[in-house]
Each structure stands twice: as structure tokens, then as C-alpha cells.
Unconditional design. Structure first.
Length: 319
């Protein structure tokens, strides 16, 4: 005989089904939310691989962070590696323009806590936090930030900055929210490192090009000096060759002049001697005397010419 459930049993089963249905809806909503997060993170990662400027990709990251975590604000502060200060890089949802020029001293506030520990932190009420000393800054006060999170932007053990996400009202953030912020921070760290590596590679290339250009200029200068030296030495060699050729020519002329003077000197001397002898014996012969005087005079001219040739030969012939 079948048992008919009572009203209380039916009511109990209905409440059980309602709880199961509510739990299923909650799980489905959670899965849908996780899927939405995954799609947003995937789209963000894909978009950040595009060849855009670093500022554009960081702005995209803070905008997507607000959308994903449903926060009023999101901002990125870069760590100055020399001073240790945190310097505002990019922000979204900010009211006061002065917030974009904010600089947090080294080790101070929430950012100082995150950079020291290398771990993300959830803040329920910024003004009443006991994990760190809140910054007394008019710009921060004007923004009215209350609840939020901060996660390190780091590659390995090197902290590059801090990623913040805050609401202006009291809100509850859980560990999954902080994990999501940290994941976005890791994407930002990859992008910063990628851009820095590309910048270092570009600077190294420019430095190499500069060194090559300087080396090329130095080699060209050396080449020009060598060409000038070769030209100078070539000119000196040509001048020496010209001088040698002239000396050889003069030497040849000297030899010829010496030979000519030697060959003609003796006959001329003989002619002059005989002319003077005849002149002394023909005292009464005026016409013959005149002829002999002409012979003597021209013979003396020939002797003078021979003497000049001999002097020239002495100057040109090698010693």
C-alpha cells in the first residue's frame, strides 16, 4: 500500500529542491563570473601583445581591472629603483587630476607594505588600517578611497611597481579578487619587462651603430692620413727623380763640354802660338799684321769659350 507524503514532507522536499536550485544557480553564476574573468584576462593579454606604446597597454590594464573587479578606481604606480619612491604611472576612475602626479615616499603607506613584502594586501577601511600607516595626503583624502586591494607588479623577486584597485565605499574583497588583481599585475610586469628589454635592445643597437660609425670615421681619418702621406712621399720621390734626371743630364753635358774643351784646346793654343810668331816676324807687313791680330783675337775668344766649358764641366761632373 503506497504512502502518501504529508504536507510537512512535501514542504521539506520543496525547500530542499529550492536550496539545491539556489546552490546550482550560485555555482553557475560563479562559473559564469570565472568565465567572464577568463575571457577578459585573455582579451587583455592578447591586446597587450599588440605593438602599442607602454602607456597605452597600461591604460588598457587599469580600465579592464575596473571592469573585471567592479571597482571605482584602479591605478598603477611604478617603483623608482634609485629612490625607492612609488610614482603614479596610470590611473582610471580618478576625479582629481592631481592624483596622476602622486608620489609615495619609499616604504610609506600601503604601497610601501606591498613592495617590502612582495605580497598583495586587502584593505577593508584605508583610514583605520593597522597593517601600515595611512598616508596623510590631501589628494588621497579628496578621492575618498575606502576599501580596496594592492598587488605587487614584479618579475621574479624584482618589484617593478604596485597595482591598486579601490572603491569609495565600504566593500568586501576576498582572496579570489586579490588573485585576479595579482594576475593582472603579472601581465603588466611582463609588458613592462618586454618594453624595457626592447628599449635596451634598441639602445644597444644604437650604441653599436655609434661605435661602428666612430670606428669607420677613425679608419677613414687614418686612411686619409695615409693617402696624404703617400701623396707627399710620391711627390718627394718624383721631385728626387726629376732632380736626378737633371743631374744626370748636366753630368752628360759636363762630360761633353770637358771632352770638347780638351779636343779643341790644344789646336787653338797651337794656332794662337803660330799667329803670335808670325806677327813678330812680319813687322813691316801691315795687312798681314791686321789679319794675324784678328786671328789672335778670335783665338783668344775661342780660348775663353773653352775655359767657360771647362768651368761648367767642373760644376756638373760628380766628384
Amino acid at each position: 500500500m503506497s504512502h502518501n507524503p504529508s504536507y510537512e514532507e512535501l514542504a521539506h522536499q520543496l525547500r530542499h529542491f529550492e536550496r539545491e536550485h539556489a546552490e546550482r544557480l550560485r555555482v553557475e553564476a560563479g562559473l559564469e563570473n570565472e568565465l567572464r574573468k577568463f575571457r577578459t584576462l585573455y582579451d587583455l593579454a592578447t591586446a597587450m601583445t599588440a605593438d602599442c606604446r607602454l602607456e597605452q597597454n597600461l591604460q588598457l590594464a587599469v580600465d579592464r581591472c575596473r571592469e573585471l573587479l567592479c571597482t571605482d578606481t584602479a591605478n598603477i604606480m611604478r617603483l623608482d629603483q634609485e629612490s625607492g619612491d612609488l610614482v603614479m604611472q596610470t590611473c582610471s576612475g580618478i576625479r582629481d587630476p592631481g592624483f596622476g602626479r602622486l608620489r609615495v615616499p619609499a616604504g610609506k603607506g600601503l604601497g610601501g607594505l606591498v613592495t617590502r613584502s612582495g605580497r598583495g594586501t586587502i584593505v577593508q577601511n584605508y583610514a583605520n588600517e593597522d597593517q601600515f600607516e595611512p598616508l596623510q595626503d590631501e589628494i588621497l583624502a579628496a578621492e575618498g578611497l575606502v576599501s580596496g586591494m594592492a598587488a605587487p607588479i614584479q618579475m621574479g623577486s624584482k618589484v617593478l611597481g604596485v597595482f591598486y584597485a579601490f572603491n569609495r565605499s565600504l566593500s568586501y574583497f576576498a582572496q579570489p579578487d586579490l588573485d585576479t588583481l595579482s594576475l593582472i599585475g603579472n601581465l603588466v610586469a611582463l609588458e613592462i619587462s618586454r618594453k624595457e628589454a626592447r628599449g635596451q635592445l634598441r639602445r644597444a643597437g644604437e650604441e653599436l651603430e655609434g661605435r661602428v660609425a666612430a670606428r669607420t670615421a677613425a679608419l677613414m681619418a687614418v686612411n686619409q692620413r695615409l693617402e696624404a702621406e703617400i701623396s707627399e712621399r710620391t711627390a718627394a720621390l718624383e721631385a728626387a727623380q726629376t732632380q736626378l734626371h737633371r743631374s744626370e743630364t748636366l753630368a752628360a753635358l759636363g762630360h761633353m763640354a770637358a771632352g770638347l774643351a780638351q779636343e779643341m784646346g790644344n789646336p787653338i793654343t797651337t794656332i794662337l802660338g803660330h799667329a803670335r810668331l808670325l806677327e813678330s816676324k812680319l813687322a813691316g807687313e801691315d795687312q798681314l799684321r791686321i789679319s794675324l791680330e784678328a786671328i789672335e783675337r778670335e783665338t783668344l775668344r775661342c780660348q775663353a769659350t773653352m775655359k767657360s766649358l771647362l768651368d761648367f764641366a767642373k760644376r756638373t761632373l760628380p766628384e
